[in-house]
Design a protein around this ligand. Structure first.
Ligand SMILES: [Fe+2]
Length: 351
C-alpha cells in the first residue's frame, strides 16, 4: 500500500488520496505532538514485559494518559510448573514502582499468554492451568465475584458507551483450551515451526468460549475490539498463530462477518516488535490488526521476516499502542509508539 516514500510525502499522499477509504496508515517518525481532545477515550495496549529488566516504559505509556491499559500477555516471564515461582514473579511485577505509579491513573485489564500462563507456546495441556487461573486473577486484582473466577479460562468482555457509541472490548483466551501445536521443520530464525492443523477436533477457543463470543456478536455495537494474545491475520509467520488452525480462523472470520452491526479491529501482541497489518478479503472493509509487543525486549530477526499483509515496515523497538476513540465523530485514531514514547505510525478507522 505505502511504497518507499519519505514520511512527509507519505503523509501528504495519504491525506490527499485517502489511501484506502476506511483506514489511513501514515508513517511518522518522532516529532509529532498530538493535540489532546477531551472527548477522546484513550486506551493503551502492549505485551511482553520481562520483570527483571527495565520497566520504565510504564512512564512513557502513562504520558499518553490512557484510562485503560490492555496488557495482552507475557505480563511476566516464568516458564515453570512451580507455582511458587509464578507467584513470586507476579509479586515482583506488583512491587515495581513504575507499574504501581502507572496503575494510579490507569486501569489494567490483563490477559495471559504462554510465559505467564505456563510454558513457552503451551496451550490447554498445561497441567497447572486451574491453579494458574487463580494466581493470575489474584495478581491483577480481579474482583472475588468476577465471572472470570467461576468459568474455565479467563476470557472477558467489556462494553462501554462513548459519545453515544457502543464500544465492545472482547478479550479472548487462546491458551486454556487450545489444542497442542503440530510441529513442522526447523526454519531459521525460528527454534520451532508449526504446520496447519485442520482436524475437526482441534480448537483455539474451545466450544464454551465460542458460544460466549457468538452471544457477544449478537449484541449491538458500533466498534468491536478483538483482543488476542497471538496474531490472527498472518499467513507467513510459522510460529504461534491463529492461521495454524485454519478451521478455527475461518470460524472467527465467519463470526466477525455475521455481526449485523459494528466494525472490527484486532489488537494483538506476542512477537516482540510492532506492526500494522490488514486484509481486504475477510470483511466488506479492511480488517486491521494492530500489534504491540515487547515492552522491554525486541525480537529483531522475527521483525525482518516477510508478511504479505503488513503495512510498510515493522518497528523492532520497545513499543506500545494507543487508541483514541471519539464516539460522536465515529473515529478511532490509533498510534504505535517506540520505547522512547515517540509516535512511530498512526492511522484512523472510521466506524
Ligand atoms: Fe513474549
Amino acid at each position: 500500500m505505502m511504497v518507499n516514500l519519505s514520511p512527509t510525502l507519505s503523509l501528504v499522499l495519504a491525506c490527499q488520496l485517502g489511501v484506502y477509504t476506511l483506514v489511513t496508515a501514515i508513517a511518522c517518525r518522532g516529532g509529532e505532538v498530538r493535540a489532546p481532545d477531551p472527548d477522546d477515550y484513550i486506551i493503551a495496549f502492549s505485551s511482553c514485559l520481562q520483570q527483571f529488566s527495565d520497566t520504565s516504559i510504564w512512564n512513557r505509556i502513562a504520558e499518553q494518559k490512557p484510562k485503560l491499559f490492555l496488557f495482552m500477555g507475557d505480563t511476566i516471564y516464568a516458564d515453570t510448573h512451580d507455582m511458587g515461582v509464578k507467584r513470586r514473579a507476579f509479586a515482583r511485577l506488583n512491587a515495581d514502582p513504575n507499574y504501581i505509579a502507572f496503575k494510579k491513573s490507569t486501569r489494567v485489564l490483563a490477559m495471559w499468554d504462554d510465559h505467564d500462563y505456563g510454558l513457552n507456546d503451551i496451550g490447554g495441556n498445561y497441567a497447572e492451568k486451574k491453579q494458574m487461573q487463580k494466581i493470575f486473577l489474584d495478581a491483577f486484582d480481579e474482583p472475588k465475584d468476577s465471572l472470570r473466577r467461576k468459568q474455565e479460562g479467563i476470557y472477558t468482555a467489556e462494553e462501554m458507551t462513548i459519545g453515544g457509541k457502543i464500544i465492545q472490548i472482547i478479550v479472548v483466551d487462546v491458551r486454556y483450551f487450545r489444542t497442542n501445536w503440530t510441529y513442522g521443520p526447523k526454519i531459521p530464525p525460528y527454534t520451532r515451526t508449526y504446520v496447519d492443523d485442520n482436524r475437526e477436533t482441534s480448537t483455539v477457543l474451545g466450544e464454551a468460549q465460542w458460544q460466549w463470543l457468538s452471544m457477544l456478536i449478537a449484541r449491538k455495537a458500533d466498534l468491536r475490539l478483538f483482543v488476542t494474545s497471538t496474531p490472527v491475520l498472518s499467513d507467513d509467520y510459522k510460529g504461534e498463530r491463529w492461521g495454524a488452525f485454519p478451521r478455527e480462523r475461518a470460524r472467527l472470520f465467519r463470526e466477525m462477518a455475521a455481526a449485523q452491526t459494528g466494525k472490527w479491529v484486532i489488537i494483538t501482541g506476542d512477537r516482540h516488535f510492532a506492526q500494522v497489518s490488514h486484509r481486504d478479503d475477510v470483511l466488506p472493509y479492511p480488517l486491521v490488526e494492530l500489534m504491540a509487543s515487547g515492552m522491554n525486549t525486541v525480537w529483531y530477526d522475527g521483525s525482518q521476516e516477510p508478511d504479505r499483509y503488513r503495512d510498510g515496515e515493522t518497528l523492532p523497538d520497545y513499543n506500545f499502542g494507543v487508541l483514541r476513540i471519539h464516539g460522536r465523530k465515529g473515529s478511532l485514531r490509533y498510534a504505535l509508539h517506540n520505547g522512547a514514547g515517540e509516535e512511530w505510525k498512526r492511522g484512523e478507522i472510521r466506524f
